[in-house]
Design a protein around this ligand. Structure first.
Ligand SMILES: C[S@@+](CC[C@H](N)C(=O)[O-])C[C@H]1O[C@@H](n2cnc3c(N)ncnc32)[C@H](O)[C@@H]1O
Length: 226
């Protein structure tokens, strides 16, 4: 499968892509709420809470969350993505707060949300930018808030599209800043068939505004599935 122009590499020009593409043609597009995200929200009983859909793109995740009664804030680096997402939400009669925001230089306030959903943002960031991402999501989450992150796994063959990330690598970025609750093997549903192999991680911010101490011994590693 070849992706559209601008989405072929992790440094794709997101604004150019969204300005010139029909969002339903993008590789990550799905009308459904990601099953791993839905399960995690239920497991941690986050009903009705304030949620950030980070890098919302077509906003299908944000809209599904709003339909389920969450108070949704949705951001993206691309103004065209946000413009199209606003139109889609309006057409669906859904109330969602949309903002253009770059997670690597974010203007979002501290302690803003109870949970963050990242479906496909972390894995498009260059390695040297990932620590800045971790700092932003930690700051934006309220104490004990949750980060649910889906990224391509290093078990996905090939090189098209986003970075492949190994479980140990993912742990390395978040260890010491978040409690690592689980990382499980899964797939990334969208327009790509078969769906690429992925990881779904559940991280929790501690009580303190400062990063927590290393958590290796307290990690709970769940069995893998795909
Ligand atoms: C693979 S797409 C996933 C879109 C959406 N989360 C979904 O599941 O349909 C990655 C998204 O991240 C956005 N993005 C990339 N870099 C970003 C950044 N630094 N800050 C915020 N959003 C970013 C892109 O514009 C794009 O919409």
């Amino acid at each position: 499968m070849s992706g559209p122009p601008g989405a072929m590499g992790p440094t794709g020009d997101w604004e150019q892509l969204y300005a010139t593409s029909e969002v339903s043609s993008l590789p990550w597009y799905t009308t459904a709420l990601d099953a791993d995200i839905e399960r995690a929200l239920q497991e941690h009983d986050l009903r009705g809470r304030r949620i950030l859909d980070l890098g919302t793109g077509p906003a299908t995740q944000a809209m599904n969350l709003a339909k389920r009664g969450f108070d949704v804030l949705a951001t993206d680096i691309s103004p065209s993505a946000i413009k199209k997402a606003k139109a889609s939400a309006k057409a669906a009669g859904l109330s969602i707060e949309f903002r253009v925001d770059n997670v690597l230089a974010s203007n979002l306030a501290p302690n803003l949300v109870d949970a963050i959903v990242d479906r496909g943002v972390f894995h498009v960031l260059p390695e040297d930018k990932r620590p800045a991402y971790v700092r932003t999501v930690h700051r934006v989450l309220r104490p004990n808030g949750w980060l649910f992150l889906k990224c391509f796994s290093d078990k996905e063959p090939g090189t098209w599209g986003p970075h492949r990330i190994a479980e140990s690598e993912l742990r390395g970025y978040f260890r010491g800043t978040f409690e690592i609750r689980s990382i499980v093997e899964t797939v990334f549903y969208g327009n790509v068939k078969p769906p690429p192999k992925a990881l779904f991680a559940t991280f929790q911010r501690g009580e303190s505004a400062r990063p927590t101490r290393p958590t290796q011994n307290r990690e709970r590693k769940r069995s893998t599935r795909s």
